[in-house]
Design a protein around this ligand. Structure first.
Ligand code: DX5
Ligand code: ZN
Length: 275
């Protein structure tokens, strides 16, 4: 759980103690920020007076887990996707051998796995000039498509985000470890998600780069300052230890490949990663 004290909490749901506030759908529908009072009461934060039982206090942000199927058994992909059904998203790593030095899966696999789960497909495109393919990934069943800012010009990245939105899907940008936080700024207002890499993209099972945390913190500050409805995701080396610092710095969506699939008890590991 991520703790926060003010109103800048995103709309991903919240709870006080053990009591859940109304579900995320309600937050979105009412266009309010989730702020929990002592009894889980919500207070509209845009010009509305607080509810009688509302009192500003520390709240806990719901953390979403997006297990990466890069660490699954590709010969048993359906089985391995069903194993993560207590997670919030399915992270699909698409690599082209050009943008990153590895090749994984593509459009036909996204299409095949779409009917195997109710969870949203969180498709991370590690491909050169993704604008060429985003529409096909959307049509194949992706729910969220993220593209690297390093993979094309700013103009084409904007175009890619627009195409994804025109397909009715969520869109986001990703930055590699050597890319500064500022690189997301031209796209931030358009993003449903920003993904900060905490390993060099290309392979699962690498060590977490803790020095990326100031970048996560900075992007969280911008999202909150601008009051954007944008998730902040971290990908690479996330495990039951590193998840804590990731959450402390403001991420609310955690990708984990090896930490999930190597666990003896996958649902317990997913719960553990929520912090
Ligand atoms: C790396 C991928 C990650 C990777 C994460 O390029 O984007 O999603 O699968 O794997 P772990 O959690 O093992 O670092
Ligand atoms: Zn990824």
């Amino acid at each position: 759980m991520r703790r926060a004290r003010d109103a800048s909490l995103g709309r991903s749901g919240c709870m006080t103690g053990k009591q859940w506030a109304p579900p995320p759908d309600a937050c979105a529908a009412w266009d309010i920020l989730c702020r929990c009072g002592p009894y889980g009461a919500l207070s509209p934060s845009r010009g509305e007076p607080p509810a009688a039982n509302y009192e500003e206090k520390e709240v806990l942000i719901m953390i979403k887990i997006s297990p990466s199927i890069l660490s699954a058994d590709f010969a048993n992909l359906e089985r391995d996707i069903k194993r993560i059904e207590t997670a919030d998203l399915v992270h699909v790593d698409v690599m082209d051998g050009i943008f990153v030095p590895n090749i994984t899966i593509g459009i036909p696999v996204v299409k095949s796995i779409r009917p195997t789960t109710q969870l949203p497909l969180d498709v991370h495109l590690m491909i050169d000039r993704p604008v060429r393919y985003v529409e096909e990934f959307c049509k194949a069943g992706a729910d969220i498509v993220t593209v690297h800012v390093e993979a094309d010009t700013e103009e084409n990245t904007q175009k890619a985000l627009d195409i994804i939105h025109n397909c009715g899907k969520k869109a986001g940008v990703v930055i590699k470890p050597k890319t500064p936080a500022e690189a997301v700024l031209p796209f931030l207002e358009k993003c449903d998600m920003v993904l900060v890499m905490t390993v060099e993209p290309g392979f699962g099972g690498q060590s977490f780069m803790a020095d990326m945390m100031p970048k996560v913190k900075q992007i969280r500050a911008w999202i909150d300052e601008k009051n954007l409805d944008c998730d902040l995701e971290v990908d690479g080396g996330v495990d039951p230890v590193t998840c804590k610092v990731v959450i402390e710095n403001g991420a609310n969506v955690l990708v984990a490949g090896s930490a999930v699939y190597k666990a003896a008890d996958i649902p317990a590991r997913i719960a553990e990663l929520r912090g």
